[in-house]
Design a protein around this ligand. Structure first.
Ligand SMILES: C[S@@+](CC[C@H](N)C(=O)[O-])C[C@H]1O[C@@H](n2cnc3c(N)ncnc32)[C@H](O)[C@@H]1O
Length: 180
């Protein structure tokens, strides 16, 4: 995927520094934003699939499909249900319990990973693989910085480890004994 980073507008003087740092980390170009030029214009001028925009609310993905910020989504409601002592089909199907080790090979917005992380707790381990570099970065930053009302969720998000990789490639690096 062809992408770059750029500063958002109206967010503070540190946004260019953030966008530059992210570009370095991701190994993609940082685009100096000329005045108030639109994101659409920048994307077309540089022939990009999307942009990672440094905003005061963290990274945003801008593409033809629209704008994306990190949000835990359904994980919030699912966690509230668990806190009330109700059941979660995913937790039951995977027979998750404190101390379990989970690999989510299609991390996406990490809803399932968040629930898994809450259930397995600090003694367990949740790792998530995401092939899309912009999405991996957005979610990695979100998991690190998101602050919601439920402390349990905030803590569970911080414990998730993420890897930007195609699942098949990563799975081949694991020792057979780990998979058994
Ligand atoms: C439907 S979402 C997963 C939803 C997620 N499990 C959740 O709970 O929110 C699918 C995600 O997996 C990623 N993906 C699909 N195939 C993949 C693969 N072979 N390796 C790594 N990531 C993959 C996609 O980029 C997408 O972000």
């Amino acid at each position: 995927m062809n992408f770059a980073t750029v500063r958002g507008l109206n967010g503070g003087s540190d946004l260019p520094t953030k966008a530059k740092k992210w570009a370095e980390l991701l190994g993609v170009p940082y685009i100096e934003r000329d005045g108030n030029s639109s994101l659409q214009f920048i994307m077309q001028s540089y022939n990009l699939d999307c942009l990672i925009v440094a905003t005061k609310n963290g990274p945003q993905i801008f593409s033809e499909e629209g704008k994306l910020f990190y949000h835990p989504g359904m994980a919030v409601l699912r966690l509230q249900k668990l806190l009330r002592g109700e059941r979660d089909n995913f937790v039951e199907a995977c027979e998750l319990q404190a101390g379990s080790r989970i690999l989510d090979a299609t991390l996406g917005f990490a809803s399932d990973a968040a629930i898994a992380s809450y259930v397995v707790g600090p003694e367990g381990c949740v790792q998530g693989l995401e092939a899309s570099k912009p999405l991996w970065f957005l979610v990695k930053e979100g998991l690190h910085n998101y602050v919601g009302e439920e402390t349990e969720l905030n803590e569970a998000l911080r414990r998730i480890e993420t890897v930007c990789t195609e699942a098949k490639v990563y799975l081949k690096t694991l020792e057979t004994t780990v998979l058994m």
